[in-house]
Design a protein around this ligand. Structure first.
Ligand SMILES: [Zn+2]
Length: 391
C-alpha cells in the first residue's frame, strides 16, 4: 500500500466509513474490521490513492484519431469543425465513456475543460469527482457581451449539478480565441461567483507569435474575420497576467512557451500548472520546464489532454514522458495533482479523514509500459465505481 504522504506499507489496509471517508489506514493487523463491514482482499496488488488527471477534454472521446491536421492552428480549427458536426447526445456518450475509462485506469478525479456541459452532467449521473471548467470563446471584442451571457447561463446550469465532489469552473480558452475584453469580463465573473479558473496558455509557438508580434496563422485567421490584431510585445503569460487572469489557484495548462520571468510571475501569483508532456510532444510544441517550475515552488499536476491529441489517456505515460519514475511518478499522479486543483485536504493520499478515493492495481502492473494498466478496483468517495475481480 502506498499512502503517498507516508512510506509504503507491505501488508496495508484501509477502513472506509459509512460516509465514504478513510477511517483508518495502516498495517493490516492494526486496522480495525468492524462487524458487518464489507471486506475486500487483494493479495498480489498495490493499493494507491485514486489518480488525479489535471487536464482532460472528455466530451471529445469520440474524436480520437479523427484529426490529421499537423499545423496547430489548422488542427484547432478542425477540432472546432468536428465538434460542430457532433450531435449533442454524442457528447454525453463520450463524457460517460471517458469517465468510465478514467475509472478503469484508476483515475478518480479529473480537471476537465469543455464547452458542452456534457462532462459535468455525466459526472453527476455516474457519481464521478472533478472540476468542470466551462469553456468560453470570443475573439471579436464586440462579441464579449454575447459570450458572457452564454457563459453565465451555462455556469448556472452546471452549478445545479454541483456537490462536494463536483465543482463548476470557467475557462477562457486561449489568447487566440478570447479577446482582451472577454478575459477581463470572465475573470470579474469568476471572482464575483468564486469560480475556479483554468486557461490554456503558452502552448504553441504560433500563440507566442500571435500575442507578441500580431503575426502567424492565428493572426491571419483573425484578420480574415475582420478582427483587429494587436502586437502586444510581450509573452502570452504576461499578456493574460496584465488582464488579471492569473491568480491564486489558476490552473495554467501547458506553459511550454515560457521564460524565467513568466515562471516567476506564475509562482508569485500562486498559479498551478497542468503539465501535458505527451500532448506537447504530439503537437511539436516543445518541452515544458518541469524542473524550473518545481524549483520556483509552483505546484505541477499531470494532465493527458484529449484523445484527439494523445490517442490514449495514460497518466503513467505522462509521468514517464515528464522524466518521473518510481515514487516521484506516484506523487505526481496523486498528491501533486490534488494540490494543483486545491483538493489536497480531500484527496491525493491515503490519510485518515480524507475521502476514500482509492485504486488497486495488480502487482508490478505499474512498472509496465503502456497501455495504461487496468485497475482491479476503483473507489470514489467510498463507492466502488469499477471492479475486475476480488478474492
Ligand atoms: Zn487542452
Amino acid at each position: 500500500m502506498h499512502p503517498v504522504t507516508a512510506p509504503p506499507i507491505e501488508d496495508g489496509a484501509v477502513l472506509v466509513d459509512a460516509s465514504g471517508r478513510i477511517a483508518a489506514v495502516g498495517p493490516h493487523e492494526k486496522v480495525p474490521a468492524p462487524q458487518g463491514a464489507q471486506s475486500l482482499h487483494f493479495p498480489d496488488a498495490e493499493l494507491l490513492p485514486g489518480l488525479v488527471n489535471c487536464h482532460t477534454h472528455l466530451e471529445l472521446m469520440h474524436l480520437g484519431g479523427g484529426n490529421t491536421e499537423s499545423e496547430f492552428s489548422a488542427w484547432i480549427r478542425r477540432v472546432r469543425e468536428l465538434k460542430e458536426k457532433t450531435p449533442h447526445p454524442q457528447f454525453l456518450e463520450s463524457a460517460a465513456a471517458g469517465l468510465r475509462e478514467c475509472w478503469r485506469t484508476g483515475v478518480t478525479c479529473v480537471a476537465d475543460t469543455g464547452s458542452t456541459g456534457a462532462v459535468m452532467r455525466a459526472a453527476h449521473d455516474l457519481g464521478a469527482r472533478g472540476i468542470f471548467y466551462q469553456e468560453v470563446f470570443g475573439p471579436d471584442p464586440t462579441q464579449c457581451d454575447a459570450s458572457m451571457t452564454e457563459l453565465t447561463k451555462a455556469v448556472s446550469q452546471l452549478r445545479r449539478l454541483a456537490s462536494s465532489q463536483l465543482v463548476a469552473g470557467v475557462s477562457p480558452h486561449a489568447p487566440y480565441t478570447v479577446s482582451a475584453q472577454l478575459y477581463e469580463a470572465v475573470i470579474a465573473f469568476a471572482k464575483k461567483e468564486r469560480l475556479p479558473v483554468a486557461v490554456h496558455i503558452a502552448e504553441s509557438r504560433e500563440e507566442t507569435l500571435f500575442v507578441r508580434d500580431g503575426a502567424g496563422p492565428f493572426s491571419d485567421a483573425w484578420r480574415a474575420r475582420g478582427i483587429a490584431v494587436q502586437a502586444h510585445g510581450t509573452s502570452p503569460v504576461q499578456y493574460i497576467d496584465q488582464r488579471g487572469v492569473i491568480g491564486q489557484g489558476t490552473l495554467c495548462i501547458h506553459c511550454v512557451q515560457v521564460d524565467q520571468d513568466d515562471v516567476r510571475t506564475l509562482a508569485r501569483r500562486g498559479a498551478t500548472i497542468a503539465h501535458c508532456p505527451r500532448s506537447n510532444a504530439a503537437h511539436r510544441h516543445g518541452s515544458a520546464f518541469l524542473k524550473v517550475f518545481v524549483e520556483e515552488g509552483i505546484t505541477v499536476g499531470l494532465g493527458t489532454d484529449s484523445v484527439v491529441s494523445v490517442g490514449v489517456l495514460d497518466l503513467w505515460a505522462e509521468a514517464d514522458a515528464a522524466g518521473l519514475r518510481g515514487e516521484a511518478a506516484l506523487r505526481a499522479v496523486t498528491i501533486d495533482g490534488a494540490r494543483a486543483l486545491g483538493w489536497q485536504s480531500e484527496i491525493g493520499s491515503l490519510d485518515v479523514g480524507k475521502s476514500a478515493d482509492v485504486a488497486v492495481f495488480p502487482l508490478a502492473a505499474l512498472r509496465r509500459p503502456s497501455p495504461p494498466p487496468a485497475a482491479l478496483l476503483t473507489v470514489v468517495s467510498g463507492r466502488i465505481v469499477h471492479q475486475i475481480s476480488a478474492t
